[in-house]
Design a protein around this ligand. Structure first.
Ligand code: ATP
Ligand code: MG
Length: 425
């Protein structure tokens, strides 16, 4: 026997037993972004490597070591998208949408990063991305955070998630802070973890994100960005905090929250769970007012976030949130003319009762066996078409969830009235 080929490490299949929960989550997400008036965009999974390299930042984890990059047959360097924001801005610029007033967009789909696979961290994973362009004032920060809070509510994740926020201010403030930070960290450089030592020269702000305990101790007394903020940045952040208070959305200010990508400014935030180990962040985002201009457009303020779907599913599974999609009707029949009659009948029922799941038995099997299958399908009712029923144009109707109720023969001409009554009972 030939050896079968397995999937790529870190790229997961969704099995039939899990797909109901996936669809449940996706449906809630679609409904929620719809209710906020956001429009869907879809971008290709492949983009030019340059798009990500230039705009996410050369010294970020993603660009340094996580991108799937390859040469196309004609020698162009392409990358599987590691995130969605750069593509969204590219789409906006390419189609001239970012100068046409406020844009509110969302997208959902797979992203690719070559990371070490572990619980909650995969090489292909799904994100919901939301981006809003064209608003400078803090109301849009509040709308975006409110959207994430509504998602959390609608997904029934209230208890397990905490909102953390911070401000990164403007690039001027960050530059002043960065100089002092490097000066400070240089004094301890031999005690920093290896990654942080390297970042001291490439992306020192990222050191604040280090999970290394010794490094964290050093960071504790490092110069704080908050001390370098200009008045306008402080006022913007105060407005966001006051707005969250007014909306009754609880939050923690986390000065160490810096986000991994270069393009963030002002407000940044994350929803964090303590139930997922090191992979605790399920949703992360912030303002990126400089990105559109950096990518060749006019200056357009923007804010967005990304939500990791696998981590949401892990949380729901921890809450024993199970989903099943039982059938409504299972049609049992013998092969031949009765089977054809069964296919035809199921077709009519599906047309009339569009939300019902109707399964017709296929393949040769005894009635006993077919009843077992019907039971396993979770169906409420069975319709049986044997030779006799077929000849007299009737079906035998049976309750599968209540053995006491008698089975009845119903003429096909009466069946729809009969089923209508069942539905409304
Ligand atoms: P982390 O610190 O966990 O690596 P990140 O800063 O790289 O996160 P973002 O780029 O902000 O993550 O992505 C937003 C969200 O997407 C994360 O909060 C997480 O829920 C999800 N996510 C990111 N990378 C992965 C991955 N490799 N596997 C599964 N989910 C992921
Ligand atoms: Mg990462």
């Amino acid at each position: 026997m030939a050896e079968y080929i397995q999937a790529i490490r870190g790229m997961n299949d969704v099995l039939p037993s899990d797909s109901a929960l996936w669809r449940h989550v996706e449906n809630i997400i679609r409904q929620t972004v719809y209710s906020f008036g956001y429009d869907e965009i879809r971008t290709p999974i492949l983009e030019k490597t340059e798009l990500f390299k230039r705009n996410i930042g050369e010294a970020t984890d993603i660009v340094e070591k996580e991108m799937y990059v390859f040469d196309d047959r004609n020698g162009d360097s392409l990358a599987l998208r590691p995130e969605g924001t750069a593509s969204a801005v590219r789409l906006g610029l390419e189609h001239g949408l970012l100068t046409q007033g406020i844009q509110r967009w969302w997208y959902m789909g797979p992203m690719y990063r070559h990371e070490r696979p572990q619980k909650g961290r995969y090489r292909q994973f799904y994100q919901l991305g939301v981006e809003a362009f064209g608003v400078m004032s803090a109301d849009i920060d509040l709308e975006i955070i409110l959207l994430t809070e509504t998602l959390k509510r609608n997904l029934s994740l209230q208890a397990s998630l905490v909102l953390q926020i911070n401000t990164l201010g403007t690039s001027v403030a960050r530059k002043a802070h960065k100089e002092k930070l490097v000066e400070y960290l240089n004094r301890y450089r031999h005690e920093l973890d290896e990654d942080s030592q390297r970042r001291l020269h490439t992306n020192p702000l990222r050191i604040l994100d280090s999970k290394d305990l010794q490094t964290q101790k050093i960071i504790h007394d490092a110069p704080k960005l908050g001390d370098y903020l200009d008045d306008a940045s402080k006022a913007h952040f105060d407005e966001v905090c006051a707005g969250l208070d007014a909306l009754g959305i609880a939050y923690q200010i986390n000065p160490a929250l810096v986000r991994g990508l270069d393009y963030y400014t002002h407000t940044v935030f994350e929803w964090v769970s303590n139930e997922l180990g090191a992979q605790g962040t399920v949703c992360a985002g912030g303002r990126y007012d400089g990105l559109v201009e950096q990518m060749g457009g006019k200056s357009v303020p923007a804010i967005g976030f990304a939500l990791g779907l696998e981590r949401i599913l892990l949380l729901l599974q921890l809450q024993q949130h199970e989903m099943s999609e039982p059938a409504d009707i299972y049609v049992i029949s013998t092969i031949g003319a009765p089977r054809l009659a069964a296919l035809e009948l199921a077709r009519s029922i599906r047309l009339q009762f569009k939300d019902w799941r109707v399964i017709t038995h296929c393949g040769e099997a005894s009635f006993k066996n077919q009843f077992k299958k019907a039971d396993k399908s979770g169906a409420r009712w069975a319709l049986i078409i044997g030779d006799e029923e077929c000849a007299e144009k009737s079906v035998t109707f049976k309750h599968l969830r209540d053995e006491h109720l008698p089975q009845t023969k119903v003429a096909i001409t009466e069946l729809f009235t009969f089923l209508e009554k069942l539905r409304s009972s």
